[in-house]
Design a protein around this ligand. Sequence first.
Ligand SMILES: [Fe+2]
Length: 272
Amino acid sequence: MKFAILTDTHFVPPGRKIYGLDPAERLAAAVEKINATHPDIAFVIVTGDLAHWGEDAAYGQLATVLGRLNAPSILMMGNHDRRELFGRHFPGVERDAAGFVQCVRVFEAATIVTLDTLNEAAPNHEGLLCEARLAFLEQALRSAPADRPLLLFQHHPPFDTGLRYMDTIRLANPEAEWEVIARTRKPDYLFMGHLHRPIAGAWRGIPFHIQRALAHQVAFDLDAEGYIPGSHEPPDYSHVTVSDDRIVIHQCSFLYDGPTFSLQDQAALNRA
Ligand SMILES: [Fe+2]
């Protein structure tokens, strides 16, 4: 199975920019590239922060651009999102019994579980898994087929990464999530957004991937304190392949417009 990951699209109403960037233009470029390059993907998952201020017009714009995608999409909530307004433009997006935007999808090659870590009451954008969402996770982990990998997606990381401000707005209750995992099943891979940087590693034995944002980036600065250091590093989407014995993740810098060439080409090799 192949799929693509995008995150932190931070859409704004048409005609507006955010930190000098146009998210709609960027997503349109990503959609065009994904349609042209990956006709065989099962879906594109967008792991939250779909709209920056959560306005009606921003979600409307997002629906228009995502409508051009040939593959199905799986959409998730981030700290900037607003469930009710999102639902007006994406009424078909699956929710759990309590209305949270989270789902379980069983594919032949893997089970996809998405979590909704948005806490609209949090003044600081930190994430939360309340009792209802923890119960959903427990049920998902217990009932997923044991014969294929389980890939868990959530917007907020349940651990610190060293980006100081971002560590103060991660998932607020990681131990509660861990307790569920510890008594049921460890996901085979954990995918997240929120940090606007490409970060990989392992959390308590679970390999993880944090996707770079589609919109503005967080700069690599482990010393900045009291604010989030921003940057205009170019965005990526990820292309993921899940096969019998491996999970391979490629990052595609889809706005790159420089040369591509054969490394075996002697003329290219010796170019001055
Ligand atoms: Fe974000």
